[in-house]
Ligand binder design. Structure first.
Ligand code: HSE
Length: 345
């Protein structure tokens, strides 16, 4: 927000759940000390409340604030209010019209979407806009950041533990290295308090809690949130398997799309590239893929590359592609930051 100059047009008051009375962050202008985030009287005085605190905070504070008759704009990134009829899920490069229409109709709760959903829509907005999507299946490769800050640190600790075990014997036979690595990963001392299993050198094909139909909640969000963001009267079927992998903060997705028409690859690329300023088509070559279509290349940027685009040999209208996006930017902070600017307009 500092970098984008978001504080220029507003008088921000910072709230905290643990450090009330202490100095706030340096935003280049005078601000009051940190206020108590549970103080409904003070919150009531705000035109807009933007919180990234999570669902527990939203559940505790939002109803109390609305019960006072507060008509301000509530913006958060938690799942608690996402599917409520009184909320709009915000991703303005994709659904600005839905946001504007909701605002005019009196909606005042604007909620950032699930990260895989937002990143998928940033990547495939052009195909949805063109009405070309019959159904989608998405296999995800989700970063540690989606599970939280502690998990990011745990991933690094796991990498370190593996290196500690293997480094002294790396000049020796690979079978011994392999054994040392797996024994370390299976050992009681391997740090897994947050993930519940080794992630570095492995993967975890389960994200969030179970639903009754065998999906995880992360998988359910794909269909529920996408159709809500796009305000689809007839829901587009979307399903797949969500997998945690050992990247720090970029989610990737391998996606199969069943198109309504048997478009050629050039037309698919044209539609994808024309959707917004951040999506970027990566030519389907090894060189370009290794350069631009990896979490390492994308981390810390707003670019959403889409590559490996080709027709599947399953029949007419089946295409596959691969996309990567920064989970902490388009997957979390950016839609919410942009919604604040829309609300200030
Ligand atoms: N639920 C996501 C994940 C992150 O665990 O990766 C938030 O959208």
């Amino acid at each position: 927000m500092r970098k984008e100059g978001d504080f220029k047009g507003i008088d921000p008051v910072f709230f905290t759940t643990s450090q009330a009375g202490q100095a706030g962050p340096d935003i280049g202008k005078e601000i009051p000390v940190l206020q108590d985030g549970f103080d409904i009287d003070i919150l009531q005085g705000m035109d807009i409340v933007l919180t990234c605190q999570g669902s527990d905070y939203t559940k505790k504070v939002h109803p109390k604030l609305r019960d006072t008759g507060w008509k301000g704009v509530w913006i958060d990134a938690a799942s608690a209010l996402r599917m409520a009829d009184t909320s709009i899920i915000v991703l303005d490069p994709v659904n600005r019209q839905v946001i504007d229409k909701g605002f005019d109709a009196g909606i005042r709760d604007f909620i950032g979407g699930n990260c895989t959903v937002s990143l998928m829509l940033m990547a495939l907005g052009g195909l949805f806009d063109a009405g070309q999507v019959e159904w989608i299946t998405s296999m995800t490769y989700q970063a540690a950041s989606g599970a939280g800050a502690k998990n990011m640190k745990e991933l690094v600790s796991q990498m370190g533990a593996i290196n500690d075990a293997a480094q002294p014997i790396l000049d020796g036979p690979v079978a011994a290295v392999d054994t040392a690595v797996v024994e370390t990963m299976r050992g009681a001392a391997f740090p897994t308090d947050n993930f519940g299993a080794p992630l570095a050198g492995s993967l975890i094909p389960w994200i969030d809690v179970p639903m009754e139909n065998g999906q995880t909640r992360e998988e359910w969000k794909g269909v529920a949130e996408t159709n809500k963001i796009l305000e689809n009267e007839t829901p587009i079927p979307i399903d797949g398997t969500c997998v945690r992998i050992g990247t720090m903060r970029c989610h990737s997705q391998a996606i199969t799309v069943k198109l309504k028409d048997d478009l050629d690859v050039a037309e698919v690329e044209r539609l994808i590239a024309s959707a917004n300023d951040w999506v970027k088509v990566v030519p389907n070559t090894k060189e370009e893929t290794l350069k631009d279509l990896t979490p390492t290349a994308v981390t810390g940027t707003l670019t959403v590359p889409v590559g490996r685009i080709r027709k599947l040999n399953l029949g007419p209208g089946y295409i596959t592609l691969f996309t990567v996006g920064d989970q902490l930017l388009w997957g979390a902070a950016e839609p919410v930051r942009r919604m604040l600017n829309i609300a200030v307009e």
